[in-house]
Write a protein that binds this ligand. Structure first.
Ligand SMILES: O=C(O)CCC(=O)C(=O)O
Ligand SMILES: [Fe+2]
Length: 495
C-alpha cells in the first residue's frame, strides 16, 4: 500500500509541476496511438497515400495498355510472317520491317519498359514527405502496449484477438493479420513476456496459412516470423530449437545480443474485467439543497459509497455542452500541443480554461467553493488508453503543503459513452463506474480531518473499443475552511 501511495504521490507531483508522470524522460512528440483525435488525422494520411498510389497505378495502367496494344499489332504481323515466311520475306519491304523492328523497336520497347515514368514519379515522390506524418516506431510501440494492456487487464489470448474477439465484444472484420501478430510478438519480447511472444508467433504462422498470399510472399513472411522466433530462442541459449527456425546448424549460431527494452509498466493489481460494484443499500435522490440554484433545478444524484463519500450525478451536463466542448478548436489544439508521454496514464490530456458555466455547475453539485480549484483537465483515452491505480491527493508534508491545500474532492465528468471498457474502478471499496455521457462522479479524497483517504485508490480501465473523454475538476482544501467542518480524526460521511 505504501509503495502504491508513494508512486501515486510522485505521479501527482509530476502532473503538478507539469512533467510527464512515471519515470520516463519528457518526450516532446505526442504519440498517435493513445488519442482518438490523432488517430483520426491518420485517416487523412491514409487517404493521401491511397490517392497517390491510385494515381500511380493509373499511369502504369496507361503504360501497360500502350504496350499491350503494340504487342497485338506486333504479334499479328509475326504470325502472318510465320504462316508463310518465304513469301513474306520475299517481299523486301517485309524483310526491311523485320530488321528494323528488331533493331530499333525492341530497343525502344525495352527502354520504355524500364523507364520510370516521370508523371508516375510525381506521386511516388510524395512518399518521403508523407513519412513525417506517418506513425513512428514509438507510436507502434505504444499501440502494441495498448493491445498488451487490453490482454492483461481483460485476460485475452492472441487467438481471441486474431479472431476479433475482444472480451465478448466481437468484431470479426477487425481481425489481426499475420504481420500484426508478428509485431505484437516482437513487442512481447521487448517486454520480456516470452511465452506470449511465442504464442503470437504461432498465431502469426497460423494466420499466414489462412491468408491467400502468393508463394513468394508466403515464404518471405514465414521466414520473418521464424527469424524472430529463432532470435528469441538464441537469446535464451536454446540453440537446437533456434536452429529449427533459422534453418542453420546449431553450431553456426552465435547467441547475439538482443536488445531488450524494459518498461516498468505499472499495472492495476485487480482485473478490470471483474465487476466490483457490490449491491448497494444506498439510494438515488434529487439534490435540491446544495445551493439555491439546485432548489429550482434539482440534480439527479445516486450515492455509491459513504467512505469515501462518493456520488454520481446523472444528466448533469447537456449533450450540447459536451458537443461544443469536443468540437472546440481550443480543445483540439490543446490536445495536440501539450504533449506528454506517460507510462502511467496512456491518454492525452489538456487543461481547459474559461469553463465558467461548468464551474458553477460543480459548485452546485458539491456546495464547495471553487476558488483556487485547478483548471478543468480534459482527457482523451484511445486504444487501450488507461490510467493505472493512483490517488488524486498529493499528500504533502506540512512544509510542502501548497497554499490552496490538497485536493479535497474530485469531480469527473464523462463526456461520452464508451463502446466497451474504460470504467473507473475503486478496488478497495468495490466500486465500478461505467462511463455514461452526461454523468459526473464526485468523491472526497480527504477525510474531514484533512487526512488522506487511502480507500480512494482508483484507476481507469483500458478502453477496449471506442474512445473515452473525461473532464476532471480537482477542488482544493483551503477555500473550504469556512464551510466544511474540520473534525480531527473523524469522517462526517462514514456509516
Ligand atoms: O478516466 C478516469 O476514469 C479516471 C481519471 C482519473 O482518475 C484522474 O483524472 O485523476
Ligand atoms: Fe484520478
Amino acid at each position: 500500500m505504501f509503495s502504491l501511495k508513494y508512486l501515486s504521490f510522485i505521479g501527482c507531483l509530476c502532473a503538478y509541476i507539469n512533467l510527464p508522470q512515471g519515470f520516463s524522460e519528457p518526450v516532446l512528440k505526442k504519440s498517435i496511438a493513445v488519442s482518438t483525435v490523432e488517430l483520426i488525422k491518420l485517416l487523412d494520411v491514409e487517404d493521401d497515400l491511397v490517392e497517390n498510389l491510385k494515381a500511380y497505378v493509373e499511369i502504369l495502367k496507361k503504360k501497360l495498355h500502350l504496350i499491350e496494344k503494340s504487342l497485338i499489332t506486333m504479334s499479328t504481323e509475326h504470325k502472318e510472317m510465320k504462316s508463310d515466311y518465304e513469301a513474306y520475306l520475299g517481299n523486301p519491304l517485309n524483310s526491311f520491317r523485320l530488321i528494323h523492328r528488331l533493331h530499333t523497336s525492341w530497343r525502344k520497347w525495352h527502354d520504355y519498359a524500364l523507364k520510370t515514368n516521370g508523371d508516375a514519379l510525381v506521386h511516388m515522390k510524395k512518399a518521403p514527405d508523407m513519412r513525417k506524418r506517418l506513425p513512428t516506431s514509438l507510436d507502434l510501440e505504444i499501440a502494441c502496449r495498448g493491445i498488451n494492456d487490453l490482454m492483461s487487464f481483460y485476460n485475452l489470448k492472441p487467438d481471441e484477438l486474431v479472431a476479433g474477439n475482444l472480451a465478448g465484444y466481437s468484431k470479426p472484420q477487425t481481425a489481426l493479420s499475420a504481420q500484426d501478430c508478428l509485431a505484437l510478438g516482437e513487442f512481447s519480447i521487448q517486454i520480456r513476456n516470452e511465452d506470449l511472444a511465442e504464442a503470437w508467433f504461432n498465431t502469426s504462422l497460423a494466420r499466414l496459412t489462412e491468408d491467400k498470399l502468393s508463394y513468394k510472399a508466403f515464404k518471405f513472411s514465414r521466414q520473418r516470423v521464424h527469424t524472430s522466433w529463432g532470435l528469441l530462442l538464441m537469446k535464451n541459449n536454446q540453440l537446437t530449437d533456434a536452429s529449427n527456425h533459422i534453418d542453420k546448424d546449431p553450431k553456426e549460431l552465435s547467441p547475439r545480443t538482443v536488445s531488450l527494452h524494459f518498461q516498468n509498466e505499472l499495472a492495476t493489481e485487480r482485473n478490470c474485467s471483474a465487476v466490483y460494484r457490490k449491491p448497494s443499500r444506498l439510494h438515488c435522490r434529487y439534490n435540491s439543497s446544495t445551493t439555491p440554484f439546485t432548489r429550482i433545478a434539482p440534480l439527479k444524484m445516486e450515492e455509491l459509497s459513504t467512505d469515501p463519500y462518493m456520488v454520481i450525478f446523472h444528466d448533469v451536463i447537456y449533450d450540447s455542452e459536451v458537443d461544443s466542448m469536443l468540437n472546440s478548436s481550443q480543445f483540439l489544439l490543446s490536445l495536440v500541443d501539450a504533449g506528454q508521454k506517460s507510462d502511467v496514464r496512456t491518454s492525452k490530456d489538456s487543461n481547459i480554461e474559461d469553463i465558467d458555466k461548468l464551474e458553477n455547475r460543480v459548485a452546485d453539485m458539491t456546495g464547495l467553493n471553487m476558488d483556487m480549484s485547478e483548471a478543468f483537465s480534459l482527457i482523451n483515452y484511445g486504444l487501450g488508453g488507461h490510467y493505472i491505480l493512483h490517488y488524486d491527493f498529493f499528500n504533502f508534508t506540512n512544509q510542502m503543503r501548497k497554499r490552496q491545500g490538497d485536493r479535497l474532492a474530485t469531480v469527473l465528468f464523462y463526456l461520452g459513452d464508451v463502446d466497451s471498457g474504460g470504467s473507473t474502478i475503486f478496488p478497495i471499496i468495490n466500486v465500478t463506474v461505467t462511463p455514461k455521457k452526461g454523468s459526473a462522479l464526485l468523491w472526497y479524497n480527504l477525510h474531514n480531518s484533512g487526512d488522506v483517504n487511502l480507500k480512494t485508490l482508483h484507476s481507469a480501465c483500458p478502453v477496449i473499443s471506442g474512445s473515452k473523454y473525461v473532464l476532471t475538476k480537482w477542488i482544493n482544501e483551503l477555500p473550504q475552511m469556512f464551510s466544511t467542518p474540520c473534525m480531527k480524526n473523524a469522517n462526517l460521511h462514514s456509516d
